[in-house]
Write a protein that binds this ligand. Sequence first.
Ligand code: 6MZ
Length: 370
Amino acid sequence: MEGDDDVEMREWCHALPKIELHAHLNGSIRDSTLLELAKRLGEKGVIVFEDVEHIIMKYGRSLPECFQLFDLFHILATDHETVTRITKEVIEDFAAENVVYLELRTTPKKNEAKGMTKRSYMKAVIDGLRAVETVDVVLFDSSNENGSESTIINGTSAEMKRRKIYMGLLLSIDRRETTTAAVETVDLAVEMKDLGVVGIDLSGNPVIGEWQTYLPALKHAKEVGLPITLHCGEVPNKKEIQAMLDFCPQRMGHVCYLEEEEWKTLKSLKIPVEICLTSNVRTERVPSVEYHHFVDLYNAKHPLALCTDDPGLFSTSLSNEYFLVASAFGLSKGEMLQISQKAVEYIFADSEMKKSLMKVFEDAQRKLVL
Ligand code: 6MZ
């Protein structure tokens, strides 16, 4: 059982305004929703519910098991209506954790049987943003000529005093995709800039695919000015890690298997790192939180952001990730506030959005007991 100090620290981490920069939509689905969807498909005879029930509820998962599970999630969340529902729920869950800025990433998917194109999948995601009821969703419109206006997409002026979650969407390229499919995703991201799309991610099973396959799409994204984040070094792959560092994206996720020289390069390039503690421990990329490279990067004052990766899959929350850092490394509340506030600098939206978020943190600084 946790002592009073831990309980108090957990509450404080919950109250802290937080910035989430690395969360996959389909890795963030509530267990209750997954079970409900599985039951429904079981009744239709599409899957055998009893076979998947224990997989959904399993606690510890290896990296290969995670990717098997994503295939199952994609079968469960396969129609437009479900995509809209899970998006709405995921945003509400992040807002309930006092996440004040959420950069949510997802892989646009085609599913001919359901009449789904990458574009219609993304439209279903945006419908989910509009359906959020508990908070106002504020989207950054990066196509705006003045570059500064954000759009409240589901609030009314009478409701302006409600809590807000600022948001951006990242479109993910899956490592299983071809060059053509990856370019299609980047083109879609450009087209959807005025709908809150702020950048591109490269993710998927790290043992699949070749860097050269995605490079044309990533170069294209760079040319048109779309910020990029890469899943880097989730498995040892020296050649690819070097190629990714040479590419110099705006951010990188994970960076677990870097060697001495690569750490030096990462640090000299000052590429911000999305730290996913629970994900890396559960998938056995690092032996424990205490041995996570977070501590080395933090001590080196390297730019970083604490993130959840897949809060549904790993039964975590951003508040919990902050609590883990506090317990494992003995960081003070002031230091944790600083980690959260610093992450504003690494978001893929412009200076106006950053200003709005800085104001949120100024207010919090006055209210939070440090
Ligand atoms: C690499 C990951 C990941 O896009 O369908 N994804 N890719 N490493 C990880 N660490 C465990 N966690 C999630 O969300 C699910 C997809 O995100 C990527 C995988 O491609 C997965 O299929 P979306 O919303």
